[in-house]
Design a protein around this ligand. Sequence first.
Ligand SMILES: Nc1ncnc2c1ncn2[C@@H]1O[C@H](COP(=O)(O)OP(=O)(O)OP(=O)(O)O)[C@@H](O)[C@H]1O
Ligand SMILES: [Mg+2]
Length: 311
Amino acid sequence: MSKPVIEVRDLRKTFSIGGGFGKVEQFEALRGISFNLYAGRTLALVGESGCGKSTVARILTKVHPYTSGEVKYHGQDIAELKRRSEIKAYRSEVQMVFQDPFGSLNPTHTIAHHLKRPLLIHKQVPNNEAAIQEKLQELIQMVELAPDTLEKYPHQLSGGQRQRVNLARALGVGSKVILADEPTSMLDVSIRLGVLNLMQRMKKELGIGFLYITHDLATAHYIAEETAVMYRGQIVEWGDTAQILANPQHPYTKLLISSVPDPDLPFENLLSEAPNFTQDADKIREFSGILQETYHQVGDNHFVRNWEKAA
Ligand SMILES: Nc1ncnc2c1ncn2[C@@H]1O[C@H](COP(=O)(O)OP(=O)(O)OP(=O)(O)O)[C@@H](O)[C@H]1O
Ligand SMILES: [Mg+2]
């Protein structure tokens, strides 16, 4: 396999939360996360609310500094990128796409405006109108939107179309890696697949590396070769998505599988056993309470962290 584009090693993040009366509490949001991202592949980061998924993405885009560990982009630690020009270049190559496709678009500007600005800021086209128009047409076609979309305003588009605009914007600035933070969770089921398929194409045809953040193992299976299941700031099970689905080991992974899958995706056929919909989530959380540093190998590319019942 080729070299990873991004390498994350033993990443830890502690937030200081200011309590009243000068009291400051420490909260360990990430407790030793490791993974690789490759060009033309997708890693899904799956886990329940608050487990630290977005914190990983925010660290990768240098919104938050990290407390310890390593995050390397093409072999260079991103903590060493300090000059404005370096950070700008890095951020154009490693872009985030968010859950709310409307939130990131300004209602008073056309789609053309949204795509044009970053092109110019990141100097992706010569600053002349013909070149810009050509690039805008190319981008809009790439994300399978009609050419007249450029003249429209965000409110004139559907959620799925707006998410395509956000993906076009990432392509426009020359992204090599896209961190997609629940990009389809606010979309109607009927248009979700279209956006997932577009991400698949971007991966295969343009070699984009994706980190796909989701609550949902079914969509993870649809687009991610590999999956990392996160629980309370750690990765509890990781490896080939198909192997994890066929042979889940960690009780928390089994719990995720048993949450109602997306009706549109042929999910249940992938499982060797029918999901157990009666699992008690609180019991499993209690049981998964103390995670150990040790892990064991289940299959070729399938690992699970050892755990103990909370004291
Ligand atoms: N800036 C911050 N200061 C303090 N705590 C934070 C900060 N950002 C996140 N946290 C905490 O870190 C934990 C992980 O948050 P994060 O947003 O990464 O979760 P998530 O997995 O993305 O959840 P969701 O699925 O709800 O988006 C949460 O307990 C959150 O309250
Ligand atoms: Mg989040």
